[in-house]
Write a protein that binds this ligand. Structure first.
Ligand SMILES: Cc1cc2nc3c(=O)[nH]c(=O)nc-3n(C[C@H](O)[C@H](O)[C@H](O)COP(=O)(O)OP(=O)(O)OC[C@H]3O[C@@H](n4cnc5c(N)ncnc54)[C@H](O)[C@@H]3O)c2cc1C
Length: 508
């Protein structure tokens, strides 16, 4: 029995991101004591709160700024993966788009062995979080902690994007979280009164005075502490020393798709052979930890503008399109996003004034892995999403590039377009576009799946989010998603936090 030092609480929540913030709040509201242990810092940087500040946070101290291993189907390039290292996690540096995905995403989870996660079961959880500007409806909630607003004064180029897609026959969508999501429209966003509403600001900041809450920032959790097959606490590094914190009820890992899997592996919970190779003692042989890493892929079709663009009033990501490569699909598989700034395509020129029509795919088939580079917790893990390893992903992205080019060529953009910079006029054939995709493919930061939920032998957590083979330990964040939803992943991660808190409280 190790000696217990430090604070003891009912629950330890590792990671104050989209999911962790929700869990902390719901457990506090239910009368429990909670210790939140977060590697990043406080969110007192003004760029976090200004909805236009997010591009400036990339590669800043608030960003883990990870790199993948060289991607063999993408010209051996390493891809840059920003993740939030700050209270609020990635919800403090994301693009604030509020999209839940398609109902079939969640029904597929349920069919794949996750009962209770079908659309009809999770819709009330999405609504419970929400304080939607339109009020209560079949699709939205009122009075929850998370403000969701509409883009009321769109940037003229964001409006041109909508007009261009409509001219091509795409349906106008008022609300991507309503009855239908396939079509073009303006986003809803986690913004209120001109301020970003991160999960931390929405869920935890209002209850910071609660004496049952302890928040430790700058605390990098290295491993879970176990006693007789039960998780009892965590070991973390802070201020140059190693500390321990304990929980009497449960430890909840909400470190995100990278942090949670890495923490499990460092705790000896993972594929036994891999753990032995890197010199970590095996606690539980759980072969699925770090498997199933996948992501939404994005390219940047960049346009040089004929004149400087006026400043926008919202999140720089005001309009988007959901489309399908095949009308027989139950939901969309393409998501062209519009940005009224130059979001550079790697190795292509960066014009002084411009805008971006970014082709994205939302039903990727490629799957990769997260592995430890070393038993040293300070070393970043090896991230191999294996992008474009499936032919469909490449072809769907090329379809998306062609679609974005069509949109960019519409009359609605005549007043703004000077030249297409990427892929550029020299890219003419479909083969040229395949080469462009391999050269420029990146991410729009929706990695999921490394601690996949399910009941099969590669599942890491069960549908109650309990780690297989360990008592008192759950994972709750984007890492548990069996497959990435067909939309941006902040709202789904917040929903995972809501569901996790119900499951935890039901067991308390
Ligand atoms: C640049 C960017 C733009 C995005 N844009 C959008 C968007 O517009 N809309 C949208 O819906 N989604 C967007 N996303 C994705 C979305 O924000 C994430 O999917 C979501 O926030 C993930 O939530 P999470 O709870 O799984 O992890 P996170 O929110 O990343 O939280 C994990 C937390 O755990 C902490 N942590 C990790 N490891 C440890 C450790 N060992 N010890 C202690 N703490 C640890 C991290 O510092 C972090 O605070 C974007 C993401 C990024 C990075």
């Amino acid at each position: 029995m190790s000696q217990r030092t430090g604070f003891e609480h009912d629950y330890l929540v590792v990671g104050a991101g989209s999911a962790g913030s929700v869990i902390a709040r719901r457990l506090l509201d239910a009368g429990h004591s909670v210790h939140v242990v977060e590697a990043g810092s406080a969110d007192d940087d003004e760029r976090v709160h200004n909805p236009q500040g997010w591009p400036l946070l990339l590669q800043s101290p608030l960003d883990w700024a990870l790199m993948t291993v060289p991607q063999r189907h993408a010209n051996n390039r390493s891809l840059y993966w920003p993740r939030g290292k700050v209270l609020g996690g990635s919800s403090s540096l994301n693009g604030m788009i509020y999209v839940r995905g398609h109902r079939s995403d969640y029904d597929a989870w349920a069919y794949a062995g996750c009962p209770g996660w079908d659309w009809d079961s999770v819709l009330p959880l999405f609504k419970r979080s929400e304080d939607h500007v339109d009020g209560e409806s079949a699709w939205h909630g009122k009075g929850g902690p998370l403000p969701v607003s509409r883009i009321t004064e769109p940037h003229p180029t964001a409006a041109a994007f909508v007009e261009a897609a409509l001219a091509l026959g795409h349906e106008h969508i008022e609300d991507f979280n309503g009855e239908r999501m396939t079509g073009v429209g303006f986003n809803h966003a986690t913004i209120r009164d001109g301020r970003r509403m991160s999960a931390w600001q929405s869920f935890v900041a209002p209850v910071l005075g609660n004496p049952a809450l302890t928040v430790t920032t700058g605390a990098h959790v290295h491993r879970v502490l176990m006693e007789g097959g039960r998780a009892v606490g965590v070991e973390y590094a802070a201020d140059g020393a190693v500390h321990r914190a304990y929980a009497s009820a449960e430890v909840v890992l909400s470190g995100g798709v990278i942090g949670s899997a890495q923490t499990l592996l460092l705790s000896g919970i993972g594929p036994a052979q891999h753990l032995r190779e890197v010199g970590v003692e095996v606690t539980v042989d759980l072969p699925g930890v770090g498997e199933n890493l996948h992501d939404h892929l994005l390219v940047s079709n960049v346009y040089e503008a004929s004149r400087p663009l006026p400043p926008g009033k919202a999140n720089l990501l005001e309009s988007q399109l959901f489309a399908s490569t095949d009308a027989r699909r139950p939901g969309p598989d393409l998501q062209p996003l519009f940005l009224h700034l130059v979001y550079p395509a790697e190795s292509y020129p960066v014009p002084e004034h411009g805008y971006t029509i970014a082709p994205g795919i939302v039903r990727p088939l490629s799957r990769g892995t997260l592995r430890l580079a070393s038993a040293d917790p300070r070393k970043a893990p090896l991230l191999d999403p294996n992008v474009l390893s499936e032919r469909y992903d490449l072809e769907a992205l090329v379809d998306a590039v062609e679609l974005c080019r069509e949109i960019g060529g519409q009359a609605a953009f005549d007043a703004w377009r000077k030249a297409e910079v990427a892929p550029g006029p020299e890219a003419r054939t479909r083969d040229d576009l395949r080469a462009y995709v391999r050269r420029a493919v990146g991410t729009y930061h929706h990695q999921v799946g490394t601690c996949r939920m399910g009941q099969d032998s590669l599942a890491v957590v069960d549908p109650e989010l309990r780690v297989h083979g360990v008592e008192g330990l759950r994972v709750a964040d984007a890492s548990i998603m069996p497959s990435v939803p067909s939309g941006n992943t902040n709202a789904p991660s917040i929903m995972v936090g809501e569901k996790a808190s119900d499951l935890i409280l039901a067991a308390s």
